[in-house]
Design a protein around this ligand. Structure first.
Ligand SMILES: CC(C)(COP(=O)(O)OP(=O)(O)OC[C@H]1O[C@@H](n2cnc3c(N)ncnc32)[C@H](O)[C@@H]1OP(=O)(O)O)[C@@H](O)C(=O)NCCC(=O)NCCS
Length: 208
């Protein structure tokens, strides 16, 4: 791992080819008061994805997460992704409608006593129509049904501009922030170069 000093009172240059973002961590300790999950909106269904659905999972992950530079799951080999999706402590779901898969919900119970809302989102065309609220109801009820004491999620400044507000309205409370630095997935080939135009692509030589 390469490290550089971080200025806590000013600007720190990020090396060529790297991306940096500020992530906010949010948590809840129980479903919000009066919480009750919604029924699936007419024409939509939630389906568990296991290790025999790698291509379907990766396609959905790219459709939902590509516009926001999600790349973590795209780095996993077939073997590692199969093991993740087949783990009894990971629950990944596809939300689908007439046009196919349009939403992802993934809960990670691997840390005892808590659950991470690891991936959560809708395809761009599906945002803003109430499906997020339905999907969050599923996340909260499924997340706490196993007896977890805490559910947490992280969102960063590459995500949808309303995501943070959405999580807060859904009952999460921000408790920490961190800086994430990683190789730009558009330069490593994990995502197309045109993905996420709100995060400008800087060629390493332009930065030299
Ligand atoms: C985050 C995301 C799922 C929200 O989806 P959405 O379609 O906007 O959600 P909804 O239409 O169901 O929510 C509509 C509204 O209800 C609000 N809402 C949702 N749950 C609520 C609740 N329990 N109580 C009160 N308000 C609530 C939302 O904040 C939103 O408010 P607004 O109309 O004032 O903006 C969507 O923006 C998305 O998929 N973004 C891309 C991926 C991403 O950024 N994921 C999060 C990062 S990990």
């Amino acid at each position: 791992m390469t490290t550089i000093p971080l200025s806590l009172d000013g600007i720190t240059d990020i090396p060529p080819g790297k991306l940096a973002n500020v992530a906010i961590l949010l948590q809840m300790f129980a479903p919000p008061e009066g919480f009750s999950p919604m029924r699936a909106p007419f024409g939509y269904a939630l389906e568990r994805l296991k290790g025999d659905s790698l291509e379907r999972y990766r396609k959905l992950y790219r459709v939902v997460g590509g516009p926001w530079l999600w790349y973590l799951r795209l780095q996993l080999s077939d073997e590692d992704l199969t093991a993740t999706l087949d783990s009894r402590d990971v629950e990944a779901f596809a939300l689908s409608g007439a046009g196919g898969d349009i939403g992802i919900l993934e809960l990670d119970f691997r840390e005892p006593g808590e659950v991470e809302l690891a991936f959560f989102g809708l395809a761009p065309d599906a945002i803003g129509g109430g499906l997020g609220r339905y999907l969050m109801g599923e996340a909260i009820s499924r997340g706490f049904v196993r007896g977890s004491k805490r559910m947490w999620v992280h969102t960063c400044n590459f995500d949808h501009p309303k995501a943070l507000d959405f999580y807060i309205k859904s009952g999460f409370t921000p408790y920490s922030r961190c800086i994430e630095v990683a190789d730009d997935p558009r330069l490593t080939g994990l995502l197309p170069r045109g993905a996420a135009p709100h995060v400008p692509l800087i060629e390493p030589q332009d930065n030299a």
